[in-house]
Design a protein around this ligand. Structure first.
Ligand code: APR
Ligand code: PHB
Length: 397
């Protein structure tokens, strides 16, 4: 079997890349280790930057996002019991964010893939990559009980943080590969609640008891988080205790608070920052979580994956259309510029809004001053806004 681009992983990165290549008339085969329902049902973040939404439109997969997603032109930062509005669109020349679950993005992309008739194989196992330093790299895997080999022009490693592509890159590059890592001494306890949103914008709260985040998924479903120790066991949290903590952290002096309702799903996620450099080895190119992880505070994970795909898809298109390799050669360098800026922003949001063990009252006052500066200075607020809606990227292709 031969394909132009072998894509490993059918999360947002792999599916988006498959769609972009289809639009450009380039063949791909997507290989996914899980089954389709598992990939759809994973509860993940739900904020798209303006450029991610524009990219989905450009690829013809933005219809439902605009019908069912919620465009937010503002976000709140809350501290000292008060919510402060950050007018994102006003400060960024009309850019906004779209609240639309990653599950929905994945569903739309799966349907688009199905409509193309191009291959997407679920439940493959024993995936390995070979000959990445030649112009015929190969992927070996098992599917439906038989061993397969896919000969490719290129391999796209879109297999997430726990995939096999980054280790393959590491062993191919040896000391030339660098990995930057930071784990945070906290996690997020997240819930989906059957309760209509009580605010029309997200609320990032800094409270003496720690961080909390108010978000939503639809007109009927609220999505909430609060900071917990990283090894917290979700079984130790009854629904009543979760609501008590949410309300203690989020309720403001004017009486605003989330609507309470039955909890549909609850879990704890760890927080880390991670970057692999470079993002390619020979003809193996990483995109999305395979190459980098951000803590969820800036809502950048999915958006960075989309930005990688845009650059990588363009580079493949240039290769096939013009027989040139300069965009492929520059892919890692260009992608990492955005990755590091998103890392900086996500780290800054995290350290400004969370309480960390070992900090003292000095740190608490410093964080409050940071927040007070942001809501009191148009320059500082604009800086937050332009990072939050996503730094400029040219989505025309
Ligand atoms: N072979 C095939 N598929 C694999 C393998 C493998 N060896 N290992 C992992 N996968 C699949 C996973 O099952 C998953 O479906 O690769 C996919 C990777 O998807 P994601 O983890 O969603 O990563 P990515 O597509 O880069 O999306 C980034 O997802 O994790 C969030 O916060 C992150 O929102 C960001 C976005
Ligand atoms: C979410 O809605 O899940 C969400 C929103 C904003 C974040 C992280 C997660 O920063």
């Amino acid at each position: 079997m031969h394909t132009q681009v072998g894509i490993i992983g059918a999360g947002p990165a792999g599916l988006l890349l498959g769609q972009m290549l289809h639009v450009k008339g380039i063949d791909s085969v997507i290989l996914e280790s899980r089954n389709q329902d598992y990939v759809i049902d994973r509860v993940r973040a739900g904020v798209l930057e303006q450029s991610t939404a524009d990219f989905m439109d450009a690829m013809g997969v933005g219809d439902r996002l605009h019908r069912e997603g919620m465009r937010h032109e503002d976000v709140y930062v809350s501290f000292g019991g008060r919510r402060h509005l950050i007018p994102l669109a006003e400060l960024t020349g009309g850019k906004a964010i779209y609240v639309y679950g990653q599950n929905e993005v994945v569903k739309d992309l799966m349907n688009a893939r199905l409509a193309t008739g191009r291959p997407l194989h679920y439940e493959v196992s024993d995936v390995s990559v070979h000959d990445i330093n030649t112009d015929q790299p190969r992927i070996r895997y098992r599917h439906n009980g038989s061993d397969q080999e896919l000969i490719c022009d290129f391999i796209a490693g879109c297999d997430g943080f726990h995939g096999i592509c980054r280790p393959a890159l590491a062993s191919a590059l040896g000391d030339a590969a660098k990995f930057y890592d930071r784990t945070y001494p906290c996690g997020w306890l997240g819930i989906l609640a059957d309760a209509p949103p009580s605010s029309d914008a997200l609320v990032y709260t800094y409270h003496e008891r720690g961080f909390a985040l108010y978000s939503m998924r639809s007109q009927k479903i609220t999505r909430l988080y609060f900071q917990v120790p990283p090894d917290e066991d979700i079984r130790d949290w009854s629904d009543e205790a979760i609501w008590e903590e949410m309300l203690a952290r989020m309720t403001t002096v004017d009486g605003w608070k989330p609507n309470v309702g039955p909890i549909l799903n609850k879990n704890v996620t760890a927080m880390r920052s991670f970057v692999a450099e470079p993002m390619n080895a020979g003809r193996l190119f990483l995109a999305g979580d395979a190459a980098h992880i951000v803590p969820p505070t800036g809502a950048k994970g999915l958006n960075l994956a989309a930005a990688d795909v845009l650059l990588l898809g363009r580079a493949f298109a240039q290769f096939y259309r013009e027989s040139k390799t300069d965009l492929l050669a520059r892919y890692s360098c260009e992608a990492l510029k955005r990755v590091w800026k998103a890392q900086r922003f996500s780290w800054w949001m995290t350290q400004t809004l969370h309480k960390f063990p070992g900090e003292n009252p000095f740190d608490y006052q410093r964080q409050l001053a940071d927040l007070d500066y942001i809501v009191g200075s148009k320059a500082a607020m604009t800086s937050l806004a332009e990072n939050y809606v996503g730094l400029p990227i040219d989505v025309a292709f």
